[in-house]
Design a protein around this ligand. Structure first.
Ligand code: 3H9
Length: 692
């Protein structure tokens, strides 16, 4: 074995040279890796004893793509296209041996090899769109030549990898290797290629699979139309469609040149920078400086959930899906039966859509036990309460739990706003108490705010973070404050949206501006969906807010067919003249002279106070990093990933610009807009939240 460089070895096995990359964690194509492949291939070609070359990776995966952390830095060393040319033009066959994931530049490297073998568990894909990019090293030109235009469009635009068996059927790979003998099988395959005098197959030379789509612009147009809504706001996917269309219609080298041009333009775009930020932020969020990875954790093999309502049921489903038994407790048999019934129906509906088998449904339901007594929770490792949101009720529940549940168990609250320290203080084990704030619908939304109380122990935090991953959530550690990170910032937007409507805008103006920004829906459409009568009662209603007035008119949201909007039988929303009049009357009663409000003002007044609140959250240490706040908003509220989250968006606008607008608003509208000290500091020092 010869070491080519720190990350590459060359071994000669009879007449086959094996170039092995070893660059943990994912063998990304850093400068050293590119260099290693290039030199390894050159040495193998120069060796007269070698008749074929295998390219393989050590560790958990084949090359998982370009090294994303190199983007945005000055280019150094040999480029990937140069490495690819060396492989493709090699005078001896080069075989890619794939395990783990061959993604992005990794798959592109495999596609310039003359043949590809993979173990059954391997996956291959071009996920560049998820980073705001298109494949930039031939992926959009070579993949269609192997799998045809339609399959290539699907793979490149969704970015979702396919398994090795599907890849074999589609024509991406040539052969499957047994799971645990990839190296040996790849060498044997290489010998066969030589013995059978198979050609040095170059994907670039094939056109049999793309010919059917040549000149068929309707195919691409239909694809664009069918996906326009799904990818609203994203730039890269349309470029990807264009690149595949080029592959079909243009000579190979011209298609390559266009792909490169589009890739480079996208790589330096705001969207790609934002999506790279999100990629790293979602991974960094798991790192807690004072709770290192080796912190001991608590084994969680059984979970108790208190409350079988919408939230409790959704929470329970997460654990059932992960194979963890759940005991769910309700006060009354009827409520318990209803809750269990809803869970079953949810699973059955998933099964009807073909995303689960009937056996899967029964397996999950078999892990679920209903009970009417807290004593049923005595042996659970973790208990999460999802009961009514008042401090008295929560304290009562925690007091009872503390008396019943085994000593090492974790007691968690799903509260959205309440003070975890106050709840913990009622128990004899405040170190075992933590907030686990799920977002509705709890079995769907990816976010889990993990609320660290003053006394929450490090093992409890480590356990909560690991558990989040185990149930497929993105766990974000937050501190105790009203509304934690997500709802605390949301309150800023809600306040301004309500004020804007009294000052001169209409709910549909505010919603349109925020929807166009990329949010799934605006605040008023969201209120209609959630129900305007949350926390409202006819007895205490005094026509003192617009919401109260609408509830009094029985306009309580989508469920009553009317709220801020009118709804037809298909739940399609229409601006409501009744609401318009109610707004004008209410504003007049309040003595407000309405004025024209621009879309620009709506956007800034709704979003900048959120960024400002995010700055306060950072100042107070209630979130560890700006990227953690972005992760909350992207995974919990559907904030458009291509803007990077509220704090990254603040960086894009620039702290000085956000500050200037906040000061202007403060002068016109008062203390709601008082700038955070951190925002002032960043503006003065010309820094970004990302620099903190
Ligand atoms: C591309 O290829 C462009 C080309 O078309 C053109 C070029 C000219 N670079 O996710 P994990 C790090 S674009 C740098 O927790 P898993 C990651 O940050 C690229 N670093 O593991 C983390 O670091 P840390 C196309 C990377 O097992 C560690 O590796 N490729 C990269 O859950 C472990 O990651 C992609 O988009 C990278 N490319 O999942 C693939 N990838 O430990 C992106 C990972 O310090 N990667 N890291 O936090 C993935 O999808 C997943 O990481 C993967 C493993 C499925 C591979």
């Amino acid at each position: 074995m010869t070491a080519i460089n720190a990350v590459t070895d060359l071994t000669i096995d009879g007449d086959v040279a094996v170039v092995t990359l070893n660059h943990p964690p994912v063998n990304a194509l850093s400068q050293a890796v590119r260099d290693g492949i290039h030199q390894g291939i050159a040495q193998a070609l120069a060796n007269p004893a070698v008749s074929a070359i295998v390219l393989i990776c050590a560790g958990r995966t084949f090359i998982a793509g370009a090294d994303i952390s190199e983007f945005g830095k000055p280019p150094a060393g040999i480029t990937l296209p140069e490495v690819h040319a060396a492989i493709e033009n090699a005078t001896k066959p080069v075989i890619a041996a794939i395990h783990g994931t061959a993604l992005g530049g990794g798959l592109e490297t495999a596609l310039v090899c003359h043949y590809r073998v993979a173990v059954p568990s391997a996956k291959v894909g071009l996920p560049e769109v998820k980073l705001g990019l298109i494949p930039g090293a031939g992926g959009t030109q070579r993949l269609p030549r192997l799998v045809g235009a339609e399959k290539a469009l699907d793979m490149i635009v969704t970015g979702v990898p396919i398994g090795a068996k599907a890849a074999l059927e589609a024509g991406v790979i040539d052969e499957l290797a047994p799971e645990h003998s990839l190296r040996g099988h790849a060498i044997a395959f290489a010998r066969r290629v030589v013995a059978e005098k198979r050609p040095l197959a170059k994907v670039r030379d094939r056109d049999d699979r793309i010919l059917p789509a040549r000149g068929n612009s309707a195919l691409f147009e239909a694809f664009r139309k069918a996906n326009a809504k799904k990818y609203r706001g994203f730039e890269a996917w349309l470029k990807a469609v264009q690149a595949v269309e080029n592959a079909v219609n243009l000579p190979f080298d011209e298609g390559m040149a266009r792909e490169r041009e589009m890739f480079l333009a996208l790589r330096d775009s705001t969207q790609a920078k934002a999506q790279r930020h999100v990629f790293f932020a979602e991974r960094e969020v798991a790192k807690i400086p004072d709770v290192p990875a080796d912190t001991p954790s608590i084994v969680v093999n059984s979970v108790g959930v208190i409350g079988a309502g919408t939230m409790g049921g959704g929470i329970a489903m997460n654990f059932l899906n992960a194979g963890i038994p759940v005991t769910i407790v309700e006060m009354k048999q009827e409520a318990l039966d209803r809750g269990l019934g809803v869970i079953r129906r949810n699973y059955e509906s998933t099964a009807r859509k073909g995303r689960m088998t009937a056996a899967d449904v029964e397996k999950r339901m078999g892990l679920l036990t209903g009970a009417l007594d807290f004593n049923a929770l005595a042996n659970c490792d973790l208990i999460i309460e999802a009961v009514f949101e008042t401090m008295e009720v929560k304290k009562d529940v925690f007091g009872k739990l503390d008396a019943i549940v085994k000593p090492g168990a974790i007691l968690a609250s799903n509260t959205s706003y309440l003070n975890i320290d106050e709840i913990a203080a009622i128990t004899r084990r405040p170190q075992q108490v933590v907030g686990l704030h799920f977002f509705s619908p709890a079995n769907v939304m990816k976010l889990l705010e993990i609320v660290r109380g003053e006394k929450t122990s490090k093992p409890v935090i480590a356990t909560a973070m690991q558990l989040a991953r185990r149930i497929g959530k993105v766990g974000v550690l937050v501190g105790v404050c009203y509304g934690f990170v997500g709802n605390r910032m949301l309150a800023q937007r809600q306040r301004e949206a309500t004020k804007l409507v009294l000052e001169g805008a209409m709910p549909w103006d505010v919603d349109r501006v925020l929807h166009d920004f990329g949010l799934p829906m605006g605040p008023f459409a969201m209120s209609d969906l959630a129900g305007l009568d949350l926390g409202w009662s006819r007895e205490t209603s005094k026509s003192s807010t617009l919401k109260e007035i609408l509830c009094e008119m029985d306009r309580r949201g989508q469920k009553t067919g009317a709220g801020f909007y009118d709804y037809d039988e298909n739940r399609a929303a229409k601006p409501s003249p009744v609401v318009e009049k109610a707004i004008l009357d209410f504003a007049a009663k309040q003595g407000i002279t309405r004025r024209a409000i621009t879309d620009d003002e709506i956007l800034k007044r709704c979003l900048y106070p959120m960024i400002n609140e995010g700055a306060k959250i950072l100042e107070e240490g209630k979130a560890l990093r700006a990227g953690d706040i972005d992760t909350v908003w992207i995974n919990g509220y559907g904030w458009p990933v291509y803007t990077g989250g509220p704090m990254f968006y603040g960086d894009t606008v620039g702290a000085a610009n956000v500050l200037a607008a906040m000061k202007d608003f403060e002068a016109r509208f008062g203390a709601d807009f008082k700038p955070a000290a951190l925002l002032e500091r960043l503006a003065a020092e010309n820094k970004r939240f990302a620099d903190l």
